[in-house]
Unconditional design. Structure first.
Length: 128
């Protein structure tokens, strides 16, 4: 007899978007998008949010000019959302992991409405 549990320990949505046709260089707007994706798309509870570059740090802003990218990490009571934008390459990478089930179609609709580009990868992983 197997002792393997049929319980799942979460799900992760991985999305890669290329040819993003808008500038993703406003940290405040990107934080708002992350919160909207979590609250409206996945219907989860927010925790702390962090961004690099920090919109209030001159040193981080100077690093941003050199790197041309923004990373957002939105902690959730149920897990995390990470978003990475690379402006020079017009790419966006999103990972949403949650122990709580969420509707991937709803999350993807919100992503497609908010980030204009070509979704080149969309993968859902169920963690057993």
């Amino acid at each position: 007899m197997s002792t393997h549990s049929k319980k799942t320990y979460g799900m992760e949505l991985i999305v890669s978007i290329h040819n993003v046709n808008q500038d993703m260089n406003d940290v405040k707007k990107l934080k708002h998008f992350a919160k909207k994706l979590v609250l409206q798309g996945a219907e989860m509870t927010l925790g702390p949010i962090h961004a690099w570059p920090d919109q209030d740090s001159q040193e981080d802003q100077e690093k941003f000019v050199a790197s041309r990218g923004i990373s957002i990490c939105q902690f959730l009571c149920e897990s995390s959302l990470t978003i990475h934008f690379i402006n020079q390459e017009r790419k966006c990478f999103i990972n949403l992991f949650s122990c709580k089930p969420f509707m991937t179609q709803k999350v993807m609709a919100l992503i497609n409405d908010s980030i204009k580009g070509d979704v080149v990868q969309q993968k859902l992983i169920i963690r057993p």
